[in-house]
Design a protein. Structure first.
Length: 310
């Protein structure tokens, strides 16, 4: 049986008449990156606060690393790391001094503390700038240091709430790579909230989708993509007229055919070969330049689920 990092049963939290978290039942295995996806106001941050014991549940219960979040919140926080909406950094201190401070908070012995600080700063590419004041750094560098802060005491479970929000694409990609390498090397479990669906697709072994406080679905990115439809193809070219589209739609292997932004998009039934379809298009006057085959993206699957839940 898979050991769980997080287990909830009908977990709920009300704020007056607003049910921010609505009877969530969830099981997160240890040793994976678990993505928690949902639109603004869906209940993602409230769920993290409940799991850290920072909020009391209105109903239901939750266990984190085997500890009850209501009665053993101190034990939960002792064994977890967290990067929430505020990075927790002191901008008038250097990177080393920030981590020194938190290392002392965690009662890490001097030798272990200094070795760990050097290890994390080198891994994050921040070692050469370790003595600079953090207030002078870019947002991306601060986020890297904040992730290092959350990992400093080698927690078994790390909560990262929108860690790449507001970063430029290059900084976001670099931070994603850092998180992936650290998780792989240290074997921690990561509970990650994000609006970036491609980020979740790259990092996460499992994904949960929440909307208006309710858990919509849980599964691997592949499983969620599969729910949005089967194989798809995109054909770049010209000459895709209405008559040709009607003929395509009549073919048994084609579920849907439409032209989007000047490109022909096909939803296929089953694992069909594209060569006969391409030959059919060419023989009927279409000019084909490129052919791409794949599946629905996680973003498309997410948007489909949001529409279905309305």
């Amino acid at each position: 049986m898979t050991e769980l990092a997080i287990r909830t049963a009908d977990l709920s939290r009300d704020f007056g008449k607003v049910k921010a978290v609505d009877d969530i039942t969830l099981a997160v295995p240890r040793g994976i990156v678990f993505g928690f996806l949902g639109p603004n106001g869906a209940g993602k941050t409230t769920t993290i606060r409940l799991l850290l014991g920072l909020l009391e549940p209105t109903g239901g219960r939750a266990e984190v690393l085997g500890y009850d979040v209501a009665s053993q919140a101190d034990e939960v926080r002792l064994r977890t790391g967290a990067l929430l909406e505020h990075n927790g950094l002191y901008e008038r201190l250097s990177a080393v001094d920030n981590l020194e401070f938190y290392g002392r908070v965690w009662h890490l012995p001097v030798g272990e503390r200094r070795a760990r600080i050097e290890e994390l700063l080198k891994h994050m590419g921040l070692w050469d700038r370790r003595d600079e004041l953090v207030g002078k750094w870019s947002r991306g560098m601060k986020q890297k240091l904040a992730v290092a802060r959350a990992l400093l005491h080698r927690p078994t479970l790390v909560f990262l709430d929108e860690p790449t929000a507001g970063l430029d694409p290059i900084a976001a990609a670099a931070l994603r790579d850092d998180i992936a390498r650290l998780v792989e090397r240290e074997g921690a479990t990561v509970f990650l909230t994000t609006h970036n669906l491609s980020e979740a697709e790259r990092l996460c072994g499992q994904v949960g989708v929440i909307r208006e406080g309710k858990l919509v679905t849980v599964g691997s990115p592949d499983e969620l993509r599969g729910r949005a439809g089967g194989p798809r193809a995109e054909i770049v070219g010209s000459g895709f007229g209405e008559q040709l589209l009607a003929q395509l739609r009549a073919r048994p292997e084609v579920q849907l055919a439409e032209v989007r932004n000047g490109r022909l998009s096909l939803d296929l039934r089953g694992e069909q070969e594209l060569a006969p379809l391409v030959a059919f298009l060419v023989s009927n006057g279409a000019r084909v330049e490129e052919v791409h085959k794949g599946r629905a993206s996680l973003e498309e699957a997410f948007l489909t689920m949001m529409e279905e839940e309305k």
